[in-house]
Structures are given as C-alpha cells and as structure tokens.
Design a protein around this ligand. Structure first.
Ligand code: ZN
Ligand code: ZN
Length: 236
C-alpha cells in the first residue's frame, strides 16, 4: 500500500509544532507526497494561532513545487453538543475542516457524552473529517459514530501520529473503527498528525491496521487527489 496524501499536518503556528510550510513542501517532494492539508489547531488549544492565520491561508498557493496544498484547520470540539471553535465565516474560506477532541479544550466525559460530542459535530455539517476518533482518552460508542459519519458523509481519520506520541494506546480502537467502517461503508482518511516535517506521510501503522481488517481501498478517500477533491466538493 502506498498512500501519498496526508490530511493532517501542523506547522509552528500550532504553538507546539516545529516546522514551517516550506519544510513540509521540501519533504513532500523528497517522499513523493502529492498533497497534504495544513491543519493547525483552532483557537481553544493553548498556543494556537489567531483566526486571521487560518483565514489568511488564501495567500498560500494551491501548488508549491508540484505538491498540492489544502488549507484547513483542526478545530476543537468544545462541548458535548459538538460545537467547534471556528466561526462559519472562517470555515467558508477553508478547503478542509477536521474536528477533534482534545483534553485541554473539552474534558473527557462518559462514553455517551463523548459519542454525542462527535455525532453532534458530524451532524452540524461544518466538518469534513473527525480527527483521531480512536483516542482512548475519549471512549466512544464506535458503531454509533461510524453509522452517523456514514449517514452525513463525514470521514473518520485513521491517525498514525497517535502511535508516535500522546495516544499510543489507540491501536485497538483504531482497528475496531476500521472494521466498523468497512462493515458500514464509512469513508476514512489517512493523517500523520505531523508536528515535525519529517513525519509527513508516515503511514506504516495505518497500513498495518488496513491489513489487519482487510480494509477496502475504495473507502479510503486519500487514495487519490481526485477522490479526496470529489469527497470535499460533495460536502460543500
Ligand atoms: Zn488532534
Ligand atoms: Zn493534530
């Protein structure tokens, strides 16, 4: 398996990441990554950029050194009603919107509360992808989230960054999510969650998960640029 699209990347603007856009473009060229999404954190995360940083991504070319760049955000889900920390006028200017649960922005609740946070965010129509839903710090009803994502045409991310740092115990949940997505027909994306450019497109663990559940490639929206663009435009 060889996926060349990464929908989850942080730059130095996120406050706890260590690379700039040109670092990512350089390493993308080196590794043959065809497209990646800039998804710096939304404002509820300590150290995150001002909203103007997100909006002003319009100045970034769509293609740099042959690598296509999507302008996006990793929004924070800030309550169990699935509210996110990005206003609509900013969302409209972005190509791709991830939303995730992060401990400083929302404390983990019961399984029911965590599940509601994700399903309500999915139903809001504001987001394209749920970031790292396999995080064991926020246990969820996997089938309920996977079914809801299918119904509202939202993708669930399989996040390889989880196994590098803060969510190393995500493995079983990610396998279960992939299995449920296969069964229900829900789309997934591949995100490195890089906070350093050298991790761009590192998907070894994701391939292992896909192999373990014999995941169908047709449900991987990051399989090709055309497929990802079609998915994103179908949501707009
Ligand atoms: Zn995250
Ligand atoms: Zn992230």
């Amino acid at each position: 398996m060889d996926i060349r699209i990464d929908t989850h990347v942080h730059t130095i603007a996120s406050g706890h990441a260590y690379s700039v856009l040109s670092d990512y473009v350089r390493v993308a060229v080196e590794k043959g990554i065809e497209m990646f999404a800039l998804t710096d954190h939304g404002p509820a995360m300590p150290g995150s950029p001002h909203l103007y940083h997100l909006a002003n991504q319009v100045v970034i070319p769509e293609v740099m050194d042959g690598v296509e760049i999507l302008k996006g955000v990793e929004a924070n889900i800030i309550d169990y009603d699935g509210e996110i920390d990005i206003p609509n006028y900013i969302l409209k200017s972005l190509d791709i919107v991830l939303a995730s649960l992060h401990p400083p922005c929302l404390e983990a609740g019961t399984v029911e509360e965590n599940t509601s946070a994700l399903t309500n965010a999915i139903r809001s129509g504001k987001i394209d992808i749920i970031g790292h839903p396999g995080n064991p710090a926020f246990e969820i009803d996997i089938y309920e989230v996977v079914r809801c994502a299918k119904e509202y045409n939202v993708a669930l991310e399989i996040n390889s960054g989880s196994f590098r740092g803060s969510r190393v115990t995500s493995w079983d949940n990610c396998v279960d999510i992939a299995r449920a997505c296969k069964e229900i027909g829900t789309f997934v994306t591949t995100g490195s969650d890089s906070h350093l450019h050298c991790h761009l497109g590192e998907f070894g663990k994701i391939y292992k998960i896909f192999e373990e559940v014999d995941f169908p490639l047709e449900l991987v929206v990051t399989e090709s640029k055309e497929k990802l663009k079609e998915f994103l435009s179908s949501r707009r």
